[in-house]
Structure formats: structure tokens, C-alpha cells
Design a protein around this ligand. Structure first.
Ligand SMILES: Nc1nc2c(ncn2[C@@H]2O[C@H](COP(=O)(O)OP(=O)(O)O)[C@@H](O)[C@H]2O)c(=O)[nH]1
Ligand SMILES: [Mg+2]
Length: 191
């Protein structure tokens, strides 16, 4: 669990991205995949991060300060169908501006919905992450929504869909499955 997590700020454009020496753990994934819920889970707080009923609403980069030691950073969700083309482009540009050439990123968590084959946007994000040469981990979220006995099967489908060679970790904000493993790998990345 991450102690002393407080919301610090939201930024809406490239020019507002924080110039900070603190390391950053970054969450990416499509709208509604559970990025905000993930932050609430590791912070062990119910309403730290706004969990949306209206996907696509969070177009900001949200910074959560952990003990003044590092940031958890919630990036805007991509691929929300009701976003206009302009909004989609703005979102992609903001994600790109944040991650590209950011040497303070210690780890990226790429969240994907365990129940579905990766979307085109998910595939683009995966390929782009690989090209960035930054450490990242694929998290297959909402594992509570499928039978435990099916988890391996679904993970394999995602791996094949993305042509991914990396390990994919099933997770759920509801059951907290594998939360310890993920927290450990994040702490390791900060060393
Ligand atoms: N069943 C289940 N629902 C989840 C999980 N994580 C998020 N959700 C739900 O999915 C919706 C979107 O979650 P949110 O965290 O706002 O996603 P974000 O858009 O990626 O930040 C909300 O209704 C959450 O309650 C999970 O692990 N299991
Ligand atoms: Mg969110």
C-alpha cells in the first residue's frame, strides 16, 4: 500500500506538465478501464481519484503525490468513442508529450480490460510503449468479472492480440488480486 497519497494538481495542456525531480509512476489505458480505481486501491482511499460514470470526462493529467517521494500519474484515457476527433487528437498529443523524453518515469502501468480482445487503440498504445524504451507492465484489469479458472485463458488472448512477449498481470480493484505483486514491482522501479 502507498501511504500518504494526496491529490496535487490536474493539468490540461503540455505547457502545464510539471517540471519536477520526483519520479513518476504512470497509468495509461482506455477510458473506463479502471485507472482511477487502481489509484484509489493502491492508496487505500475510496474517493481520492474520481471514478467516472461518464467515460472520457477525464481529459487531464492528474498528479497524486505519494509521501513527497514520487508521483502516481493518471493520464487521460484514450479511445472513448463519443469524443470528437479534435478531443481524441488532443488526448493523444497530451499522452505523447507526457511520456516522450520523460526521464523521471520509473514505470508505466498499461491497463487493459481482461474481458475483451485488445482494441486497435490498445494495440497502438502497446506498440508505442515498446518503442519508447521505458519499463512498463501490462495489467489485465477487472479480473473479478470473469471466473478464476478462465483467467489464464483470457490473459493468453490478450497476449496474442497484442503480440506481447511481456508478462501480463491480472488485477481487480474489487478483489485486489495481485496488488502486492504490482506494488512490489513499482517500489523496485523507484529504487
Ligand atoms: N468490476 C470492476 N469494476 C471496475 C474495476 N476497476 C474499475 N471499475 C469500474 O469501471 C468504471 C471506470 O473506472 P475508472 O476507475 O473511473 O476508470 P478510468 O476511466 O480508467 O479512470 C467504474 O464504474 C469503476 O467502478 C475492477 O477492477 N472491477
Ligand atoms: Mg479516470
Amino acid at each position: 500500500m502507498f501511504k500518504n497519497v494526496v491529490f496535487e494538481t490536474s493539468v490540461f495542456s503540455k505547457t502545464q506538465i510539471l517540471d519536477t525531480d520526483l519520479k513518476q509512476i504512470v497509468l495509461v489505458g482506455k477510458s473506463n478501464v479502471g485507472k482511477s480505481s487502481f489509484i484509489n486501491t493502491v492508496a487505500n482511499q475510496k474517493r481520492l481519484c474520481y471514478v467516472g460514470n461518464t467515460p472520457g470526462k477525464t481529459k487531464s493529467i492528474n498528479y497524486f503525490n505519494v509521501n513527497n517521494e514520487f508521483y502516481l500519474v493518471d493520464l487521460p484515457g484514450y479511445g472513448y468513442s463519443k469524443m470528437s476527433q479534435v478531443e481524441k487528437t488532443q488526448t493523444n498529443n497530451l499522452i505523447d508529450a507526457y511520456i516522450t523524453n520523460n526521464d523521471k518515469i520509473s514505470h508505466i502501468l498499461f491497463l487493459i480490460d481482461i474481458r475483451h480482445e485488445p482494441s486497435n487503440n490498445d494495440k497502438l498504445m502497446y506498440d508505442w510503449l515498446v518503442s519508447q524504451n521505458l519499463p512498463f507492465t501490462i495489467i489485465a484489469n477487472k479480473a473479478d468479472k470473469i471466473a478464476k479458472t478462465k483467467i489464464d485463458e483470457y490473459i493468453l488472448k490478450i497476449r496474442k492480440g497484442l503480440f506481447a512477449k511481456e508478462e501480463i498481470i491480472p488485477f481487480s480493484s474489487q478483489t485486489r488480486i495481485n496488488v502486492d505483486i504490482i506494488e512490489n514491482l513499482l517500489f523496485e522501479s523507484l529504487k
